[in-house]
Design a binder for this molecule. Structure first.
Ligand code: ATP
Ligand code: MG
Length: 334
C-alpha cells in the first residue's frame, strides 16, 4: 500500500491552523484506509529555534494527546516522535550532502524565521528542509498532507529525491506528491490578514489555540480584524479582503462546507452577526477535542507508551531504507 507521512512541530500548542490545514486532513487520510499513515511529532525540527527543554517535553506529549483527541488512532496510524527514530537524522545528513545551499536560500520559511539577522540563525534552521525531506523519504512516502505554507518545502523534497536518484544512478526514492486540500489550507492570523496563523507567533491574540476555552475563543474572534463591509453572497466578493476571507474560510473548514455554501447562508450579514456564529461553531468543534486532550494528559505514561510503540513501528520501515541508502552511497558496514 502507498504510504502517507506528515509531521507537526512541538514548538508550542496546536492552533486552529494546524487543525484545519493538517490534523483534520491526517484523520481523513487515516479513515480513507487507502494508505498506510505515519504521523510524527517533529521535535528535531522544533529545536531549530530555541526551546526550553521542559516545555519541549510537555509540548511533545500534549501534541501526541492532540493527535489522538482529534481522531488519530494509534492502532490505525503510526504515531511517534522524530528523535526516537534516529534514521531521520541519519538520512537528513545524507540529504545535507545532496541539497544545495542555493535551494535553501530561496525558502520563504527560512527568510521569514531567520529575519534580518541570518548570520545569527541556527545552521539547523537553514537545513530544515533537508531534514524534512528525510522525514518523508525515510518511509518512501508518496503523499504528504500539509498546509499551503509547506508547499515550497515539498518541492524541495522532490528535488532531493530526483537529485539523489540521478547522482547515484538509481531509482530509489519516490517523487512525493503534496496533498493540500480543503477550505482552510492557509489560515491567517486574526490580527493581520497577510500573516499565517502560527503556534510560534509571539501574539496569543493572533491565533486560536486548540486548548483555548469558550470565552477566550469568543473574545479572540470578536476582536479579530475585519473590514467595515458586510459579507458578500459569492466567493468573488472576498477578493482583496484577506481578513474577511480568512474568517469565512475558517467557518467553511470547521463546518465542512465550501466557501460558496457558507456565503449562501450568511451572505449579506454584518460581521457583528457572523462572528458569534463563527465562535459558536469553533467552540462546538474544538471543545470536545480540548477536553479529551486534557483527559489524556492526566496519564503521561500512557502517552509515552504509545510514542515508544509508534517509534518501534516507524523504525521497522525506516531502518531498511536507511541501510539501502548507505549501501548506495558507499558506506562500509551498512
Ligand atoms: P511554527 O510557527 O513553529 O512553524 P506552525 O503553526 O507553523 O508552527 P508547523 O508545526 O510548522 O506549525 O506545521 C504543522 C502543519 O500545520 C504543517 O502541515 C503546516 O503546513 C500546517 N499549518 C501551519 N500553520 C497553518 C495555517 N495557518 N493554516 C493551515 N495550515 C497550517
Ligand atoms: Mg510552521
Amino acid at each position: 500500500t502507498p504510504r502517507v507521512f506528515s509531521g507537526i512541530q512541538p514548538s508550542g500548542g496546536l492552533t486552529l491552523g494546524n487543525y484545519l490545514g493538517a490534523m483534520k486532513r491526517f484523520v481523513d487520510m487515516q479513515e480513507a484506509g487507502t494508505h498506510e499513515t505515519v504521523y510524527c511529532m517533529v521535535d528535531l525540527h522544533a529545536i531549530t529555534v530555541w526551546q526550553d527543554p521542559e516545555k519541549l517535553r510537555r509540548a511533545t506529549r500534549e501534541l501526541c494527546a492532540g493527535f489522538i483527541a482529534a481522531g488519530i488512532d494509534p492502532k490505525k496510524s503510526i504515531l511517534f516522535n522524530q528523535s526516537a527514530a534516529p534514521e531521520h537524522a541519519q538520512l537528513g545528513w545524507i540529504f545535507n550532502c545532496v541539497a544545495r545551499m542555493g535551494w535553501m536560500q530561496r525558502m520563504t520559511q527560512w527568510k521569514d524565521k531567520a529575519g534580518k539577522n541570518q548570520q545569527n540563525a541556527s545552521l539547523g534552521l537553514f537545513a530544515y528542509p533537508a531534514l524534512m525531506a528525510a522525514d518523508i523519504l525515510a518511509y518512501h512516502a508518496t503523499h504528504v498532507p500539509v498546509g499551503e505554507d509547506q508547499k515550497q518545502h515539498l518541492e524541495l523534497t522532490r528535488d532531493v529525491a530526483i537529485k539523489f536518484n540521478h547522482d547515484y544512478g538509481v531509482d530509489f526514492f519516490p517523487v512525493t506528491e503534496p496533498v493540500i486540500e480543503g477550505a482552510a489550507t492557509r489560515v491567517m492570523s486574526l490580527r493581520d490578514g497577510s500573516k499565517k496563523m502560527s503556534k510560534s507567533d509571539p501574539s496569543d491574540a493572533s491565533r486560536i489555540n486548540m486548548t483555548d476555552d469558550a470565552d477566550t475563543i469568543a473574545k479572540k474572534i470578536r476582536k479579530a480584524k475585519t473590514d467595515p463591509e458586510g459579507l458578500p453572497s459569492e466567493a468573488k466578493g472576498l477578493e482583496d479582503r484577506p481578513e474577511a476571507r480568512n474568517l469565512v474560510n475558517i467557518y467553511a473548514g470547521l463546518s465542512g462546507q465550501t466557501v460558496d455554501q457558507v456565503l449562501a447562508e450568511v451572505g449579506g450579514k454584518q460581521f457583528s452577526e457572523f462572528k458569534p456564529l463563527l465562535s459558536d461553531l469553533a467552540v462546538d468543534k474544538l471543545a470536545p477535542i480540548s477536553t479529551e486532550m486534557a483527559r489524556l494528559m492526566e496519564d503521561q505514561s500512557e502517552i509515552d507508551r504509545i510514542l515508544a510503540h509508534g517509534a518501534g513501528q516507524a523504525r521497522e520501515i525506516a531502518a531498511p531504507i536507511l541501510k539501502k541508502t548507505y549501501e548506495i552511497v558507499g558506506m562500509v558496514g551498512a
